[in-house]
Ligand binder design. Structure first.
Ligand SMILES: [Zn+2]
Ligand SMILES: [Zn+2]
Length: 87
């Protein structure tokens, strides 16, 4: 499973992205709008985790939650590294 960069949609982790500076108008890869990244929870195109009652395994839900948590951690890392770097 390849990591997916939310900045350029490339197959690398966001921290490995060649785009290091903070963009004032990031373009969302989910909905195509500018002003927020694809990981933004307010994005209307962000895939939401629905509770299903049709007998789907609990494991897939837990995996989805774990991935969501991982996404948040990556965002936190980005903010920390950028704020410490300056320009
Ligand atoms: Zn990238
Ligand atoms: Zn969006």
């Amino acid at each position: 499973m390849h990591p997916r960069c939310i900045k350029c949609n490339g197959e690398h982790a966001m921290r490995d992205c060649s785009i290091t500076e903070k963009t004032e108008e990031p373009k969302c890869l989910n909905c195509g709008k500018k002003g927020h990244l694809a990981a933004w929870k307010g994005c209307k195109a962000l895939p939401v985790i629905k509770k299903t009652s049709d007998g789907q395994s609990r494991k897939s839900y837990a995996q989805a939650a774990a991935e969501q948590k991982n996404k948040e951690e990556q965002t936190d890392r980005k903010d920390a590294s950028l704020s410490g770097r300056g320009t």
